[in-house]
Design a protein around this ligand. Sequence first.
Ligand code: PMP
Ligand code: GLN
Length: 385
Amino acid sequence: MPSYQSIIYSKLPRVGESIFSEMSQLALKHNALNVSQGFPDFPVDPSLISLVHEKMKQGHNQYAPSYGLPLLREKIAQKIWNTTGIEYHPETEITITSGATQGLYTAISAFVREDDEALIFEPAYDSYVPAIKANGGLAVYAELEPDTFTYDWTKIKRAITQQTKVIILNTPHNPTGNLLTEHDLERLENLVDGSDIIIISDEVYEHMTFDGRKHVSPTSRPKLAERTVVVSSFGKVWHNTGWKVGYVYGPAELIREIRKLHQFLVFSVVTPIQHAYAEYIDREDTYLELSDFYQKKRDFFLSLMEGSRFSFRPSEGSFFQLLNYEGISDLPDEDFVKDLVKLNGIATIPLSPFYHLKTKGKNIRVCFAKSDETLEKAAEILCKI
Ligand code: PMP
Ligand code: GLN
């Protein structure tokens, strides 16, 4: 037997199982209500399922073109144009990926080389840092303000150096639900002006914004758009996170580099689903009504939480709500959520795994992409704590 320890020099020595898998497994083990990992517990539209079935029966079962079905790319370009008035060319500026996760990994791999710095904002979604590190890059962390989770651009400016290659944005934000504002983008534009920094903008929750707020993307500012790659996912929009289809778009030169790697990571993405999506995407209501749909769920859940000892500011977007337990317990967040699963029968997500050095903050994340029945049960348990 070889000594694996001596032959493997791990690229990710400190990476274990993701907090989302861990909490979902704990929920199963303790038969607890699962409002931890971000996935809907209500069904996918049956007509979409029939459409995929139909496409399979029609014989769309072999490799799709590597960059994605041309018709789907055209329809995505049309959707971006209809919702933002910005033009992306389907042939050269859009690529279909296996979920946003592959889009992010491929974009980060395309632009981050040995010793390059990539700036991320903490709390940060868990897939950014491993992708930076696996490519030999250095993650540089700028922390959002502890209570409001807003951006302090003076502090952020100090984190940018000659080595900064990439800045990763996420709006609407997982886990806080906050949105980037026009003001944030103006400050960002000033910061990157004259540099070669590339922006990767994770916008998987773009269609879930609340209380009349609008999603603003760096692509809305031409000077940022020319250096921005957007990563998006259909899984969030059509309630089918397990289907793993997403897409990236940006200037042709940047997408060309991403495509080189994409070919050898997955080559192409599941064919019958791309055919079905190219048709289903015409149903604009399925994404234009999503904000209302999720705002109702957020409001329903928070109305039930009024009598609880948790404090909260209503989420601005995404399908996540933070709850603050400062008035309830002194425990660190990771211990607090473990007790919640074991003693109270509810699985939530702590915020520490979204930081490289944990957090002293006392917030947990609840996913409200759930049936009203699940939300009722969740609030009932949480109100007793
Ligand atoms: N980015 C963020 C912020 C997410 O929350 C998620 C998944 N929930 C992803 C990317 C990954 O999306 P996908 O499931 O399409 O890979
Ligand atoms: N993005 C989802 C969340 O935040 C989880 C996705 C995953 O498990 N990788 O809960």
